[in-house]
Design a protein around this ligand. Sequence first.
Ligand SMILES: Cc1ncc(COP(=O)(O)O)c(C=O)c1O
Length: 445
Amino acid sequence: MKEDGAQVRGASIENSAWFMPFSMNRQFKKQPRLVSRADGIHYYTPEGRKLIDGTSGLWCVNAGHCRESIVAAVQKQVATLDFAPPFQLGHPAAFEFADRVVKLAPAGLSRVFFTNSGSESVDTALKLALAYHRARGEGHRVRLIGRERGYHGVNFGGTAVGGIVGNRKIFGALVAGVDHIRHTHDLARNAYSRGQPEFGVELADDLERLCALHDPSTIAALIVEPVACSTGVLVPPRGYLERLREICDRHGILLIFDEVITGWGRLGQPFAAQYFGVTPDLITTAKGITNGTVPMGAVLMKEDLYQAFMTGPELSIEMPHGYTYSAHPLACAAGLATLDVYEKEGLLTRAGELAPYWQQQAHALRGLPHLIDIRDIGLIAAFELAPRPGAPGARGLEAHRQAFEKGAYIRATGDVIALAPPLIIERPEIDRLFEILRGVIAKLA
Ligand SMILES: Cc1ncc(COP(=O)(O)O)c(C=O)c1O
């Protein structure tokens, strides 16, 4: 489809009022990269150029773009019930969707709180953890533990437990009482691992160090991404998540898995918790819950967490927390239609079927210049480039820009290129994506 290029080129973008998030505004506005249409696994530029979507939008369009049944469900909903307040009022789709979501969750996570994003899910989960301990008479558990290089969105709680320095350093002291365990990245021992790396289970013991330092009775929760994606795809070493679970259990610490990216089939199970066989107390999710169509997030929790709040007089508000748009009718409609697509097309397990081929094709790029690691899990792969001396991130950015020219949208975090295409991708399209990437990396200065 051709569109009027005048609108997208030149002064209107260069001087645009939009302060873009997580973007190099000045550089981008001089040389914008735009898409104006999407379909299946492809984006289209305003000039009509077709790009393979190598990152499912922003790790969210798991069933592919503009799926007819999801579009139709949202269109119908917006014309029927556009908004319904979620405080002391409900609409049927919210209850139906909640019940459908928990059916797919790991056994025991039987309740769900709706939000509008991953960031809101994280801050909701942290608040629930604090409130849960207080409700049980353990209000002394006030500390929150994150992990270096973790990404938990951009709200105050999530920024504080997050561990990417560039996302934290300019925002002051953030939230008090937060500490971090060490990250698990270890190229010296684990470069070119296929699936879970062999070395590093002992890094989980860093949680014991923080327990010794602060006393475990002061710690409310540990939050980690099962696979730390935004920081450049750090796959947990074998046995690591299991050990975190054991340590949390030993000390009465709640374990929160941030599955904003790993949820909804990315690893070949509905949630990474099921893939790894480790059940957390809470799961934060968003993105793929509506296939990225309408903003929505959710916090799944174990039954005893929910029940801890269902005490006291019945005429009391059990959780003084929530958002105007919690369980928004459009999001619930999109979510229900999304789950139908996932279920009908077997997408929540498809990454497991594709993973061996995906892994083989990803690792076939080994040996290209500047590459220092390739790692993968489920339908995720990362390619780490050696930083250009004195210019960290420059090679990653160049790869992103070159790929856009050559027909693929890929994400670069610093010098790590991350791929996570829609779960509907076929083998020839996987080949095409890696062929483009091979050409791009081969030509990097
Ligand atoms: C693990 C994780 N948590 C939280 C978030 C924040 O989600 P959102 O951008 O929807 O607020 C992200 C976003 O990428 C994420 O990857």
